[in-house]
Write a protein of this length. Structure first.
Length: 267
């Protein structure tokens, strides 16, 4: 028997990158998947976001593991739309056990619009994701696991004073506050809540011309990892998530888990 047989996981930002890796890993561990992604561009984001074709590939890769998947286009900024997307998954898959609030953007150097959009997506979108899932988890009465994807920028500050970068750091720090609050609120229902804090991850959000140029402008003060790697892989984050949502971590709640190649200790 696999670690997540019979479970259903709700994952936002699932069309590519970390979200796709998390969907594939949890599916490989036996979970069925409700996958959500905006699959559209946000004006302040200067690099391409995921497309419907990206989400379709996630569907194929999850189905290749033998798992079932319901994929929906939805914007985490729209709580009603997100609720409808989750409901479509519940109608087909019948239950909910795991929530991964993964959707995020990084509109560095994009001014005030970047501040508004990154806070709306990365922080408010995380709040919406948990809020739409809570009623089902509580009603089932069987506990559950929620993982909020933050960043090393949720534990330490960055160096850019641009509103987009400031908003990114503020939102990722805010996720820690949400995690701790929810961990307290939901503990009586045996629902665990934790956050994961990656360093740079080799995904389209980082591996693009805009972010590479931004990092070059920041220079050595942008930080770096203690271990001799420039970035980690999406599968490294998915592995941490898979542990947190499994029974192997059944008494782990309220923790901030870095997967950062030593980026935090280096600072």
């Amino acid at each position: 028997m696999r670690a997540l047989d019979g479970k259903v996981a709700f994952i936002t930002g699932a069309a590519r990158g970390q979200g796709r890796a998390e969907a594939i890993r949890l599916a490989s561990d036996g979970a069925n998947i409700i996958a959500v992604d905006i699959c559209d561009q946000i004006a302040s984001v200067p690099y391409p976001l995921a497309t419907p074709d990206d989400l379709a590939l996630t569907v194929k890769l999850v189905e290749d593991t033998g798992a079932r998947i319901v994929a929906q286009q939805a914007d985490v900024r729209d709580q009603d739309g997100l609720k409808s997307a989750l409901a479509a998954g519940l109608d087909e898959l019948g239950r909910l056990d795991i929530v991964i609030a993964n959707a995020g953007i990084a509109p560095m150097d994009t001014g005030q619009a970047g501040w508004r959009d990154v806070v709306d997506v990365n922080l408010t979108g995380t709040y919406h994701t948990v809020e739409v899932a809570i009623p089902t988890l509580i009603e089932q009465g069987e506990g559950g696991s929620i993982v909020l994807i933050s960043s090393v920028a949720g534990l330490v500050g960055m160096v850019s004073g641009d509103p987009g970068a400031m908003g990114y750091t503020a939102a990722k720090h805010g996720i820690v506050g949400l995690m701790r609050q929810y961990a307290n609120i939901l503990a009586e229902h045996s629902i665990r809540v934790n956050s994961v804090h990656p360093t740079g991850v080799n995904t389209p959000m980082i591996d693009n011309d805009f972010v590479r140029a931004w990092l070059q402008r920041m220079g050595p003060q942008a930080g770096g990892n203690a271990l001799p790697v420039p970035a980690v892989e999406p599968e490294d984050i998915a592995n941490a998530v898979a542990w947190l949502v499994s029974d192997a971590a059944r008494y782990v709640t309220g923790v901030t888990l870095p997967v950062d190649a030593g980026a935090i200790v280096k600072r």
